[in-house]
Design a protein around this ligand. Structure first.
Ligand code: HEC
Ligand code: HEC
Length: 200
C-alpha cells in the first residue's frame, strides 16, 4: 500500500471508530465516509478502489454482507472493507446499495487496439481450449451485469485484473463460479479481457 492510501485509511478509520453508521442517511454516509476511497458519487480516482456508481444493487448488497461475515477475504478486502462493513446494519447495506446503483456509472474508455481485439474475443466467446466460458453469458453483452452478476463496464482495468488474479490464486475464495472461470487465464488474457470489459 502506498503512503497516501495508508494515510487516507488511517484518517477514515480514526474518524469512524465506533461510529453508529446504522443511524445515518445513506447519501450522507456515502458522501461522508465511503467517498474517502470510492470517490464522490461512487467514482473513485485510484484503481485500488472500485467504482460503485451504477453497480448492480444485489451485487453490492451481497459483497457488503460478504465483507461483514469475513467471507470475502483478499488482503485489500480485509484491510479496507472488513472494518467498514462491521458498522453497517442489513437495512443500511440495502439503502447504500440502492443509493450507489442510482448514481451515473463511469463511461468506458477504449484501450490499445490489440488488447481490445484479444479481449473482445475472450469476452464474447471464452477460450474453449482452456475451458474458459464467455464472460458475456453472465456479465451481459455490454458488461452491465444483472443481480448477483456485477457490472464490469466502466470499472478500473487494474481493479478488474486484481480481482481475476485473486480468483485464480484463491485469495478471493468465496466465488466458486469465478474461481473456475479464472483458473486457466494467463496474465495477458486477464489484462486483455479486463480492458475490453471496462471499455463498454
Ligand atoms: C478506506 C478505504 C475505503 C472506504 C472508506 C470504503 N471502502 Fe469499499 N472498498 C475499498 C477497497 C480497497 C475495496 C476493494 C477490496 C478488494 O480489492 O477486494 C472496496 C470494495 C467495496 C465493494 C465491492 C465492490 C466490487 O466491485 O466488488 C463495495 C460494495 C464497497 N467497497 C462499499 C463501500 C461502502 C458502502 C463504503 C462506506 C460505508 C465503503 N465501501 C468504504 C476501500 C474502501
Ligand atoms: C457463469 C457466470 C459467470 C461467467 C461466465 C463469468 N463470470 Fe465473472 N462473476 C460472476 C459472479 C457471480 C461474480 C460475483 C462473485 C462474487 O459474488 O464474489 C463475478 C465477478 C467477477 C469479477 C469481480 C468484479 C468486481 O466488481 O469485483 C470480475 C472481474 C469478473 N467476474 C470477470 C469475469 C470475466 C473476465 C469473465 C470471462 C472470462 C467472467 N467474469 C465470466 C459470474 C460469472
Amino acid at each position: 500500500m502506498n503512503k497516501l492510501l495508508a494515510r487516507i485509511t488511517a484518517l477514515v478509520l480514526a474518524a469512524t471508530a465506533g461510529a453508529a453508521f446504522a443511524q445515518q442517511d445513506p447519501a450522507a454516509l456515502a458522501q461522508g465516509v465511503c467517498s474517502a476511497c470510492h470517490g464522490p458519487d461512487g467514482h473513485s480516482i485510484s484503481p485500488v478502489f472500485p467504482n460503485l456508481a451504477g453497480q448492480q444493487p444485489a451485487y453490492i448488497t451481497l459483497q457488503l454482507f460478504a465483507f461483514r461475515d469475513h467471507r470475502r477475504g483478499d488482503p485489500n478486502a480485509q484491510a479496507y472493507m472488513w472494518g467498514m462493513a462491521s458498522q453497517l446494519s442489513d437495512d443500511t447495506i440495502k439503502a447504500l446499495a440502492t443509493y450507489y446503483a442510482a448514481q451515473k456509472p463511469a463511461p468506458g474508455q477504449p484501450g490499445a487496439s490489440a488488447l481490445m481485439a484479444a479481449g473482445e474475443k475472450i469476452y464474447t466467446q471464452g477460450v474453449p481450449a482452456q475451458g474458459v466460458p464467455a464472460c458475456a453469458t453472465c456479465h451481459g453483452a455490454q458488461g452491465l451485469g444483472d443481480k448477483a452478476f456485477p457490472r464490469l463496464a466502466g470499472q478500473h482495468v487494474d481493479y478488474l485484473v486484481a480481482q481475476l488474479e485473486g480468483f485464480k490464486s484463491g485469495t478471493r475464495s468465496n466465488a466458486p463460479i469465478m474461481l473456475a472461470v479464472a483458473r486457466t487465464l494467463t496474465p495477458e488474457q486477464m489484462r486483455a479481457v479486463a480492458t475490453y470489459a471496462s471499455s463498454r
